[in-house]
Structures are given as C-alpha cells and as structure tokens.
Design a binder for this molecule. Structure first.
Ligand code: FAD
Length: 386
C-alpha cells in the first residue's frame, strides 16, 4: 500500500508496477489529479494548460494494475498492519510506503493560519489568480502583495506575481535571513537577485513576521529590533514546511518527518518505508526538500520493496545532485547543472524540456511534447497557452 500519490508515492507505484513479479499495489490519495508542482508557476500565469501539469489519476493509473482509493489516511497501526482512512474504512497491508509530503508551517505565528495563502495546490492557484485579477481591475495606489520567505518558492512566486500584476501592485518579499536563496547555487542566486530588482520586487532581508491580520503584516527588523507595519492586500506564506501528520506510533523528528534508515525503512518498523519531503534520513541530513530527491528515491524504494519480498539485501539511498533550475517570471529562468549555467528565455525552455522528461507515465510526456511542438509552429514557445 502506498499512501500519498505525489512525487514520491506515484513514481514509486509506477516504477513497481513496471517490474515483473510485483505484489498487488494500492494507492491511497485524496486528490483527483497529480500536480507537477514545479509547473505551478506556469499554471498561475496560464503558460501551461491544466492537462499538461495536472493529469487525472484515473488516466495516469489506467493499464498499470494499480488500485486507487480516493481517500486520506488518518492513522497507521503498525502492530495490526492496518491503515485507517478518513472515511472510517480500515485497510490491511503487508508492506507500506508513506509519502504524504509537507504543508506550510506557521511556526505558531499569530494570524498566519487564518490570514495567509499558500502556494502548493491548484486551489491556491485559483485564489491567487482572483486576487491578481481584482488588483489589476481596481488599480488603486499603494496596493501591496507580500510573499513571506525568500527561498526558491518565494522568489519564483514573487517574480511571477510581479509580471502578472504589471505594476497594479507592489510585491514585497519578506525574508528573515540575510539574503534570498541562502542554499542556492551562486549563479542562480545572482540571476534571481537581478530578476527581483528588474521587476521592482521589494526584497526585505533581516525582517521577521511577528503577526498577520486580514490587511496588515507586523514586522520586526532583526538589526534594530524595531517593529514596522505593512498594509497588504494579501500575504502568501512560503516560509517553511512541516510534514503532513499521520496518527499512530511512528518515529518522527522535530519537523514531524518520519525517521528512516538509509534503506528508507522507518526506524524499528522495517515493513514501513517513507520517502520524499516527509522522510528524514540521518545519513543525508542536508537533503533538500525537492522533487528531484523524491524522484531519485522512488526507483530505489521500488527495488527495496521487491528485495524485501524476496528476502534479498536492501540498498541504501545516495543522493546525486543533478543541479538546480528556477523559474523567474514569465518566460524567464535560471539554471546551474553539470557545469553549465544559463539564464533568460533559453533557460526557461531548457527547464520546460528537462521537466518534460520527468512527467509521470509513458503517454503524458509524449502528448505534452507534441503539444509544445505544435505550439512552436504556430507561435514562439513560451507565449501563454490555455
Ligand atoms: C510551487 C512549488 C514548486 C516546486 N518546484 C520544484 C522544482 O522546480 N524542483 C524540485 O525539485 N522541487 C520543486 N518543488 C518541491 C517538490 O514539489 C517536492 O519536494 C515534492 O513534491 C515532494 O514529493 P512528496 O511525494 O514528498 O510530496 P508531494 O509531491 O507533495 O505529495 C504528497 C501527496 O500526498 C498526499 N497526501 C497528503 N496527506 C495524505 C494522507 N493523509 N493520506 C493520503 N495522501 C495524502 C497529497 O495529496 C499529495 O498528493 C516545488 C514545490 C512547490 C510547492
């Protein structure tokens, strides 16, 4: 049984299903579409149609022999080898994979849960589109949107919003640390800083959010310890993640992630595996929370599940950093990979084509490639499509 059909869970299920002698497979996932999250920015700007970046599970799983229960797991009982679902149903497993991902962490800051938007789902895209639309319609002076957290998500989103708003509102990017993208490759950080500047995004570093209300952000400047208030139309929170919770006696770290060994088995529970953003592996403490990691873990996990079934030794996970790509507004990106650095529209095209090879299933990448090639004949690539 595989709980969670995102990058970790879905790709493990598809990988296992392609192997001879695999056990019966059941995926538990509440959403009806898999969302290719790196393309969520392109969805916000209508640069990519829904079917290309969020294919329905029914289509992805068809013909693979994977059962699908559209429900949310609420707890795991390792002793009885059972998973309880939100509907009240209980399912038995012989081996279990947990890949539930993460959600925004409010760090207990007043008003974050109540007033901030997140940027992790198709619903979030719709909400943000409406806000951008109404700000562009109103065109009042001093309209502001704030993005909190200048990590990859915050920077990418701020650039995209600035392009979509076309001057109708100022985008503020609030960061507690000394600079944006502290863990990024130097070239990408430099390109991102230029992209933010050229779009007039106001990057406020050394600045912590103390509280959020419906129309205000209360800030503290780290250097002077002074407080400041910022009137805002909306706040999008990208400042931190916490693992999606599951009930039951499972080994967790201080961020709610499942503690695993190098073979991706839960500590003390060798029949339960975990991967993706919700898994913590002690021998890889600085593993980034990226799709690239989950994508590399999935085939290893599929092999380990089969090895365990056949009582063969399991292999440890080892992370291979293939590089980093960031989208920087409409038609713009930066990348650093395998000794190559590239920025601008060419990097944006490269990013799209690299991710194309990562889309799930066999048919979808071909269909998307065909769509892009036909667009290319009609209009230069990168122009907005429906
Ligand atoms: C906007 C955005 C852009 C990103 N861009 C990039 C990028 O360019 N490159 C990159 O490498 N990474 C990127 N990432 C990070 C990447 O998407 C994550 O690292 C990756 O999705 C982690 O995979 P996962 O399987 O752990 O979690 P997810 O892909 O989030 O999947 C978790 C799944 O579990 C399901 N679920 C949750 N709780 C339950 C439950 N209780 N029961 C059953 N199912 C449940 C969810 O519905 C979801 O489908 C981006 C993330 C975001 C939000």
């Amino acid at each position: 049984m595989i709980v969670g059909g995102g990058f970790g869970g879905l790709y493990t299920a598809l990988e296992l299903a392609s192997k001879p002698g695999h056990p019966p497979l059941l995926l538990v996932e509440p959403q009806d579409r898999f969302v290719f999250l790196p393309f969520l920015y392109e969805r916000l700007s209508s640069e990519m149609p829904l079917w290309q970046m969020a294919p329905p599970y029914v289509e992805l799983l068809a013909g693979h022999g994977i059962g699908w229960v559209q429900d949310r797991a609420s707890s795991v009982d390792p002793e009885r080898r059972q998973v309880k679902l939100s509907s009240g149903q209980t399912l038995n497993y012989s081996a279990l994979v947990l890949a539930c991902g993460t959600r925004a962490d409010s760090f207990g800051i007043t008003g974050v849960k109540e007033h901030c938007l997140t940027f992790q789902s198709l619903k979030d895209v719709e909400r943000l589109r409406q806000i951008v639309h109404s700000l562009r319609q109103r065109r009042q002076s001093l309209q502001r949107l704030a993005v909190v957290g200048a990590g990859p998500s915050g920077v990418e989103l701020a650039c995209k919003l600035a392009d979509l708003l076309k001057g109708a509102a100022t985008v503020e990017l609030i960061e507690r640390g000394e600079r944006c993208l502290p863990h990024a490759k130097a070239f990408n950080r430099a390109q991102a800083e230029l992209a933010l500047q050229s779009r007039d995004v106001r990057l406020r570093c050394n600045c912590s959010v103390e509280a959020v209300t419906a129309k205000q952000l209360q800030l503290k400047l780290e250097e002077t310890q002074q407080s400041d208030t910022l009137a805002v139309e909306a706040v999008i929170w990208t400042a931190g993640q916490r693992a999606n919770p599951l009930g039951g006696p499972l080994p967790l770290d201080d961020r709610g992630r499942l503690r695993c060994n190098a073979q991706l088995q839960l500590e003390g529970l060798p029949e339960i595996f975990a991967l993706g953003d919700g898994a913590a592996i002690p021998h890889e403490p600085s593993l980034p929370a990226t799709a690239q990691v989950a994508f590399q873990q999935a085939p290893l996990l599929a092999d380990n599940l089969l090895a365990r079934q056949q009582e063969l030794p399991l292999k440890p996970f080892s992370w291979n950093d293939l590089g980093e790509m960031l989208s920087l507004g409409v038609g713009d990106a930066t990348l650093t990979a395998m000794g190559v650095t590239l920025a601008g529209p060419a990097a944006q095209q490269m990013r799209r084509w690299v991710y194309l090879t990562r889309l799930p299933g066999r048919r979808l990448p071909l269909q998307v490639a065909a769509g892009w090639l036909s667009e290319w004949k009609l209009a230069p690539m990168g122009s907005p499509s429906r």
